[in-house]
Design a protein around this ligand. Structure first.
Ligand code: GRF
Length: 321
């Protein structure tokens, strides 16, 4: 298994979601490990539990500090612990824009409603009063707006006729404890999920000018130019033609560049079957920690190789400025 993702959990109180994550992480095949439990409150009961489980903890009260200064102290502790993801679990603080930006796509929260319904507080009472038949919980990415980021996973929880806010809350909490570890495990392993990888390539390929997607011998491929005369500049290979793993095929400047790449990093680059002879290179995308900026550059370079002159001419002119 790939290296485990390192997680910092931020709590303010009880920490029952934190406990669920801690226990999930004890399973040998869990793809994440908890490297820190941090709180803005010295007395958060969750801290005692984390300490007893041998997890590093810290508490930095927010009183007397500006929001930015407090977030900066928390950020420092999280980085110091080597965490790659920040997991909010009942962390009762509004976060500064700077902190949210720093952890963009790497910070998750759990919220006790079926988002986008009932952002903020009193979610249970609001669901009951609205006459909903289902409430639930959502795990979402944290963005600048409160409880607004893309939803990663949800569990519906039926509202019973005699439910009050407390009884509903305690059932939703059971669902939360199941959902959070599962959603987090899925999220930190997304880099190995073929559908996710394909989506990353597709978005970047189609962001280039005059491109469209067309399958080639069953593999997704991207062409530049018109539907009739367009040329391929990239293919997505998922165990295609019997080759191992998932790779992006792009066009190099020729066999010399192709050989130099394979020489420099034989783990990541290889000469693909058939296309290899004409200078294409395969770049493995299933090894984790893929540099997607770099992949976007490769797609662009390959696009430049085959794009009609009227498109590349403009870029050549722009490059001079
Ligand atoms: C949970 O209801 C969670 O959905 C919300 O805050 C509560 C935290 O509870 N964000 P706990 O501290 O995890 O027990």
């Amino acid at each position: 298994m790939a290296e485990k993702a390192k997680i910092a959990i931020l709590i303010s109180g009880r920490g029952s979601n934190m406990a669920a994550l801690v226990y999930a992480a004890k399973s040998p095949d869990c793809p994440f490990e908890i490297v820190l439990v941090a709180s803005n409150n010295h007395d958060a009961p969750g801290l005692t539990l984390a300490r007893a489980e041998g997890i590093a903890t810290c508490a930095h009260p927010h009183k007397g500090r500006s929001r930015e200064a407090h977030d900066a102290v928390m950020h420092e502790a999280i980085v110091e612990a080597g965490a790659e993801y920040v997991i909010l679990a009942g962390y009762m603080r509004i976060l500064s824009d700077g902190f949210v930006k720093k952890w963009s796509d790497h910070m998750l929260n759990i919220h006790p409603s079926l988002l986008p319904k009932y952002k903020g507080l009193d979610t249970y009472q609001r669901a009951i009063e609205a006459g909903d038949s289902f409430a639930g919980c959502s795990v979402h990415l944290v963005t600048a707006e409160l409880d607004d980021g893309p939803v990663l996973a949800q569990t519906e929880v039926a509202i019973l006729p005699d439910d009050d806010a407390d009884s509903l809350a305690s059932r939703i909490l059971i669902a939360e404890h199941q959902l959070y570890p599962r959603a987090l495990a899925q999220y930190v392993t997304r880099e190995f999920d073929p559908d996710w990888i394909l989506e990353q390539v597709r978005n970047r390929a189609l962001a280039l000018e005059e491109t469209h997607e067309r399958a080639s011998f069953g593999a997704p491929g991207w062409r530049v130019g018109s539907e009739t005369t367009g040329k391929y500049f990239a293919y997505f290979s998922q165990s295609h033609l019997g080759e191992a793993g998932i790779a992006l095929l792009v066009k190099t400047t020729g066999l010399d560049e192709q050989a130099a790449l394979i020489d420099a990093d034989p783990e990541r680059y290889y000469a693909p079957k058939f296309y290899g002879k004409s200078g294409w290179i395969a770049i493995r995308l299933d090894q984790g920690r893929t540099d997607w900026e770099h992949i976007a550059e490769w797609l662009f370079k390959s696009w430049c190789q085959v794009a009609p002159k009227r498109l590349t001419r403009l870029i050549a002119i722009a490059d001079q400025f």
